[in-house]
Ligand binder design. Structure first.
Ligand code: GLU
Length: 553
């Protein structure tokens, strides 16, 4: 009896842009499927599209996978993961390997050099259109050339591609998720397997690598289902084994549209329309680009411009990539849990589980065929639940790590004790690790840029008896000479001052200070707020506020 081969799955991203949540879900399922069966999980970087690939994107993908807790056994070496006997794991470094297999195909008459020009192909496409039949190029022009002609063209350095000679006959795809599909005869053309730049196409590289890397199970997005027909004919011509296929449902927006970067542009266009902005905020894009983008919904702004505009307009962009979710303060374990439920479920009512559970229970039988709708409200509820279940220490540690990664300027302004007190004040109501930073932007805003909430000004500063401005003026008088500007020192002068000025109500004293210092009526405890800002900023903000009122400090 021969032992069945060890399960090997792979995640094979093309390194352009960032890791999309759909890609992360594919990686997670591949990882869980292999690891739950004592198998091995490979990461392979499909960078054969030289124009679109970048090293930065490859590193970004590796970093995002690591953050999610998805470790690869074989693949690029990164922070203790990867390496392995079947590398290199970047397709751009495997060109001699592809060459060997291309030569085999050519020698066996299963592939050929093709020199058609774009014009020749267009003419054929037009002719098919005129006849009302779909265009499937079967190498008519290329295969009419003699061996001598081809040799002469190659010797002259004429640009060429290599095409696969697809034989007649239907192609059957067995899929563990979608079932069996038969692609009728004539649907598959003589597709390109080596591009004019000498790089293999995706179809060719994927087939060679899956074989040489021992991949037994190909789990990937449903958008690749039609490609599988090409992969099968190539496997047969090369004498390769057929992996088991499982095509995973797409993750879509609740309205069924694709979750893509366009969603961010859409939110921004709406915010701009609401504010009736006709020119771009300073330091974002040039007016012509801005105008063209506003008009043409298919145009997308570069990611850094999108982020900058969102910050300036104070809008939250929908998260699309793993890195967006990380930035927004989602916990990786929550994101994995939630992504697992997009296209799979463990059965019963169970919804909250970790990667260990997924690895033990994930199977293809329970993978859905239909698209999974991404429910942001549910994800947020999961995140809130996980954050509130954390111990105080865990929250401080994780919020600090998030702060160091995304809010270094903020963190630099606080002592450890101050940060802990901010955490204590925000823990209970934090839906994400970012909430604490978002609700305390007064800490990093320049004194002169602080915007006071008009409602708070009216209610707290202009109203009351004595009015808030008077209370603020009195507080300033006792704060100005204070030498010990610490929580203890501040408490030492403000508490007795509250007794004499506002009948002992610390709240009545704190609210006008809050509006002056933070712009709103919500802030950490007032002594902490003053201590965090420091003497200079605190007094400057109080003075600015009093000056705005026309009351002299
Ligand atoms: N490189 C392909 C992609 O990023 C993956 C294809 C596959 O898994 O076969 O979509």
């Amino acid at each position: 009896m021969t032992a069945s081969p060890m399960v090997v799955t792979r995640f094979a991203p093309s390194p352009s842009g960032h890791l999309h949540v759909g890609g992360a879900r594919t990686a997670l399922f591949c990882w869980a499927y292999a690891k739950g069966r004592g198998g091995s999980f490979t990461l392979r970087i499909e960078d054969t599209d030289q124009k679109r690939s970048s090293d930065a994107a490859s590193i970004g993908f590796a970093k995002d996978l690591k953050w999610l807790g998805i470790d690869w056994d074989e693949g690029p070496e990164y922070e203790g993961s990867g390496g392995g006997p079947r590398g290199p794991y970047f397709q751009s470094e495997r060109l001699p390997i592809y060459r060997r297999h291309l030569d085999r195909l050519i020698a066996a008459g299963n592939a050929y050099y093709a020199f058609e020009t774009a014009e020749e192909l267009t003419a054929l496409r037009e002719a098919a259109k005129a006849k009302g039949v779909p265009f499937r190029y079967k190498g008519e022009i290329a295969r009419a050339r003699s061996v001598e002609e081809i040799a002469a063209l190659r010797a002259a350095g004429a640009p060429s591609v290599i095409r696969f000679h697809t034989r007649a006959g239907p192609i059957t795809i067995e899929d563990e998720v979608l079932g069996t599909a038969v692609i009728p005869d004539g649907e598959t053309d003589d597709f390109v397997i080596q591009k004019a730049d000498g790089f293999p196409t995706y179809h060719f590289a994927v087939v060679v690598d899956d074989e040489l890397m021992g991949v037994t199970h190909v789990l990937r997005a449903q958008e690749h289902f039609n490609n599988t027909a090409k992969h099968i004919v190539l496997q047969d011509a090369l004498g390769f084994r057929r992996p088991t296929y499982g095509h995973l449902p797409l993750i879509v927006n609740p309205d069924g549209s694709k979750m893509s970067k366009r969603d961010k542009d859409k939110v921004l266009r709406k915010a701009i329309a609401e504010r009736a902005l006709t020119s771009p905020p300073v330091g974002t894009v040039d007016p012509a680009t801005f105008a063209a983008w506003l008009k043409d919904k298919t145009i997308q702004l570069p990611p850094e411009v999108t982020t900058r505009l969102a910050t300036l307009l104070g809008v939250t962009l929908p998260e699309i990539n793993v890195d967006d979710f990380r930035r927004s303060g989602y916990l990786p374990e929550v994101l994995c849990n939630f992504l697992s439920l997009n296209g799979w479920s463990p059965g019963g009512d169970l919804e909250k589980f970790d990667n260990e559970f997924l690895r033990e229970h994930f199977d293809l039988a329970r993978v859905l065929k239909t698209p999974a709708k991404f429910d942001r409200a549910k994800l947020l509820a999961f995140n809130l639940h996980a954050i509130s279940a954390m111990t105080r220490e865990a929250f401080v540690t994780r919020a600090a790590a998030h702060g160091q990664a995304f809010h270094a300027g903020f963190m630099a302004k606080l002592t450890v004790a101050q940060f802990r007190s901010l955490c204590d004040a925000s823990h209970e109501r934090s839906k994400t690790l970012d909430d604490l930073f978002r609700s305390n932007t007064f800490i990093t805003t320049a004194d002169d840029d602080l915007v006071l909430d008009p409602k708070a000004v009216k209610k707290v500063l202009e109203g009351g008896s004595p009015c808030g401005y008077d209370i603020l003026r009195g507080a300033r008088a006792v704060l100005a000479p204070l030498a010990d500007w610490t929580v203890g020192g501040l408490e030492g002068v403000l508490k007795p001052h509250a007794e004499s000025a506002v009948g002992g109500s610390l709240g009545s004293l704190a609210q006008p200070l809050r509006v002056a210092l933070c712009g709103s009526t919500v802030s950490p405890p007032i002594f902490d707020t003053l201590a965090i800002l420091g003497r200079e900023s605190s007094l400057a903000r109080i003075d600015r506020c009093l000056a705005q009122s026309g009351v002299v400090a």
